[in-house]
Structure formats: C-alpha cells, structure tokens
Design a protein around this ligand. Structure first.
Ligand code: PLP
Length: 426
C-alpha cells in the first residue's frame, strides 16, 4: 500500500496542490461499512462527518440493487422504463401536493443550475438573492450565487447577498420579530436593488438549514416571512435540500422544519447514498413551462441504475425508520453536548436538528470570540482518536457533525467521550 506522502505528491502533481483535502495529515481511507471508515493501516474511524452515505457506507442492499440493475440495463431516459417512474412518483409523494413534478440531474450543482433556469424562465428576470456565506455548487451560474469561498460580497450584477439569519450572533439588542425584521430589511433592499438596476428579481435561493453558513440558529419566522416577501415581489423561492434532505433533520425535508412550502426544491448528496443522482422537484406549471421553452436532456440523469439505487435508499430509510433514529440519536448527542458545555467553557453554543449538529467554540462566552484555531486542533485531534468531524461557519469555529443516519447511541457516546477528552487536553 502506498504511503501517504507518495499519494500526496502524486495527487499534487496530477490534481493540483490546491485540490482540497481534509486534516493537517490527510487520511487514506480504503473501506467503509455502516458508520465506520477504515484506513490503509486497518485503523477504524467513526464517521461523524459524511452526510452522503445516509443509510451507511457500502450498504449491502444498495450495492446489490446497483449491481443487479447494472447487470440488466443501463441507458439514458429517452426510452421508456418503469424504474424512473416508480422512483419519481415515490419521491414527489414525499413533498407537499403542490410539488408534483421532478427533473433528474446528477449533482447538487446541476440541480441548482436548473432551478435557476426555471426561476429565470418563469419570471423573465435574472436577479437572485442568496446569503453572504452560502455555497450551492460549482457550475458557472451556481458559482455566481455561492459567495462562501470568495469572501462576503458577491460581485455580480445579477446577484445580491444578504446576511444569513443567526440568533447566536444577532446584532446587539435585537431579538424576536425585530431580529427577523432586521434580516428581512436586507432582503427587501436586495430585491429593490435588483429591480432598480434593471436586472429584476427572479428569486431567493436558500439552503433549508443554512448548512454552509454554520448551521445557525434561525429565527422561527424568518423562512415563512422571507417566502412571503419573495412572492410579493414576484420571485420564486428555491429551497436547496442538497444537504438537509432525506431525513437528516428528523423530518424528510429541512423546509418542513422551517415551516415553508417552496416553489422549487433541489436534491442531491444523500439521494443515492454516494451514487451520483440529484433532482429538482417543483410545481407542475413551472416544469411544464420550462420544458416548453427550454430543451433539457441529461445523458446520465435518472438512468435505471441511478433510480434503482435511489429507490433502495428510500426503502431502507423507511424500513429502518432512520428519520426517527436521526431525531433520537441527534437529541441524545445534543443532550450529551450540553453536559460537556457545563464542563468546557469553550463550548459557546450547541445547535442543530436531528443528526445535523453544530458546536460553536468560543474563547469567551460573553464576547463570543471565535475559537477557530482551537476548532482546527479539535478536528485533527478527534481524527487522531478515531472520530471524523469537520468545521464550518463564518469564523471556521463551528464543529460540524452529520454522521450516516444509522448511528446508534453507543457510537454517539464514543464521540462524546472522545470530545470530552480532546477538550480537556486543549
Ligand atoms: C447546500 C449545497 N448545495 C449544493 C451543493 C453542490 O452539490 P454537488 O457537489 O453535488 O454539485 C453543495 C455541495 O457541497 C451544498 O452543500
């Protein structure tokens, strides 16, 4: 087995020195099973990071469904096939009745790209509003609505960014309805600016749980009021469920928790448990209008293998009650973290829903000084002790936990004990 330095050198030469990698000392993973990953030395790690393998790494039934369909037929969707219809009908049935049609793609970026096209085709306008710390993907159009890696301001005549809503780091003195008013005023200004510039307002694109923004604690009335404002201004509301979807929050979709029915929803990551399948779900009139005016075909999207895989993921989610498990184990984790917060002053805030957990580390609980270098040390030290997690947020000081959904309380306790030890040794 090649050593890590040899792999790093080959990788840098081939993919570029800046091709992203995790950890100060990157991991060489060779096998996965359930919630566990194994490195080349046979060491196992609890995977508390990866949201894609939603039913667990290398789930044997998913592998079997993939292999069987791959051995029977794989072809694009310009022939008739039941699998796409069976799966698609099952999928849209999991949404509000108004969201009755689906368009398949292969990645979350493509899903958002098509969502932008649908919104722009429908409204005849180009302008989009997003948050100042979001990421929605990597196509040219979607990159323009993804300021996360470019600093805080979008430099694009067709895009305006607004501050992401956050109760923990809210402007001093603002709470309740006044806090939401504050965030919505920024949305109003952004819409007005797009209209005044002549670009016009096509829609608002938000991740349902603001995952890339650091999973902030969002005022409960923010989303419903943002949706109302968007509609009043003639725009469409797009919910990016690429991270939030498929049960992770304890509900099937993050927008259910946020109390809205979007016009367009985009799906990806966990949909195929690692197999590249993604989708746009929307209202019939929006998709029919789009199909009427734009020719859309995607060679790989919705093929029988992808749909067989995605259908098996739904089977397992339902049969094994993984949404309930996400809620139960997520609550268990947050309760344990609250106990750790009583011991470790560096824990400034614990938040999230289901198996989406954010832990904000601060140097001082009153001043809320971000403890970014400590967060980096914690992530690396957790890895050294056999637990994988990430970090995110405006100041890179929020520990990010989002394990495969079959995680049990015993594994959650292992995470908590390990974190307790790592924080004590900081
Ligand atoms: C919220 C969100 N939307 C979209 C994407 C893009 O998905 P993909 O990498 O499959 O293109 C990502 C990827 O991280 C994401 O976090």
């Amino acid at each position: 087995m090649a050593d890590i330095d040899t792999l790093l050198a080959r990788r840098a030469k081939l993919l570029g020195a800046k091709a992203p990698l995790f950890y100060d000392r990157p991991l060489h993973i060779v096998r996965g099973e359930g919630v566990w990953l194994y490195d080349a030395d046979g060491r196992r790690y609890l995977d508390a990071y990866n949201n894609v393998p939603v039913v667990g790494h290398c789930h044997p039934e998913v592998v079997d469904a993939l292999a069987r369909q791959a051995a029977t037929l794989n072809v694009h969707t310009r022939y008739l096939h039941e699998t796409i219809l069976d799966y698609g009908e099952r999928l849209v049935a999991k949404f509000d009745a108004s969201l009755s049609m689906v368009m398949f793609v292969c990645t979350g970026s493509e899903a958002n790209d098509q969502a932008l096209r649908i919104a722009r085709t429908h409204t005849g306008k180009q302008g989009m509003v997003v948050t100042n710390l979001t990421y929605h993907g990597n196509t040219t159009a979607v990159d323009a609505v993804s300021p996360l890696f470019y600093g805080r301001d979008v430099i694009n005549p067709e895009v305006r960014s607004i501050p992401y809503p956050d109760r923990y780091r809210a402007p001093p003195g603002l709470e309740g309805r006044a806090l939401t008013d504050h965030y919505l005023a920024a949305l109003e200004r952004a819409i007005a600016s797009l209209e005044e510039s002549g670009v016009g307002f096509a829609g608002l694109l938000l991740c349902s749980i603001f995952a890339n923004e650091g999973l902030p604690d969002v005022p409960a009335d923010f989303m419903p009021r943002a949706l109302e404002l968007t509609h009043r201004a003639g725009g469409l509301f797009i919910a990016d469920e690429v991270q939030a979807g498929f049960g992770r929050t304890g509900r099937m979709w993050g927008h259910e928790i946020m109390g809205v029915v979007p016009d367009i929803v985009t799906l990806g990551k966990p949909m195929g448990n690692g197999h590249p399948i993604a989708a746009v779900v929307t209202r019939a009139e929006l998709l029919e209008e789009f199909r009427e005016r734009v020719f859309f075909f995607n060679t790989f999207a919705g093929n029988p293998v992808s749909c067989a895989v995605a259908a098996k993921v739904l089977d397992i989610l339902e049969r094994d009650r993984l949404m309930e498990n996400a809620k139960r184990v997520g609550d268990h984790l947050r309760a344990g973290l609250a106990r750790l917060a009583a011991k470790h002053a560096i824990i400034g805030d614990v938040r999230g829903q289901g198996l989406w957990v954010g832990i904000e580390l601060v140097g001082d609980r009153v001043a809320k000084t971000p403890a970014a270098s400590e967060a980096q040390r914690v992530v690396n030290e957790m890895k050294a002790r056999g637990v994988l997690m990430g970090r995110i947020g405006e100041f890179d000081n929020v520990l990010k936990i989002r394990p495969p959904l079959p995680i049990g309380t015993a594994e959650a306790d292992f995470l908590l004990d390990t974190l307790d030890g790592v924080l004590a040794a900081l």
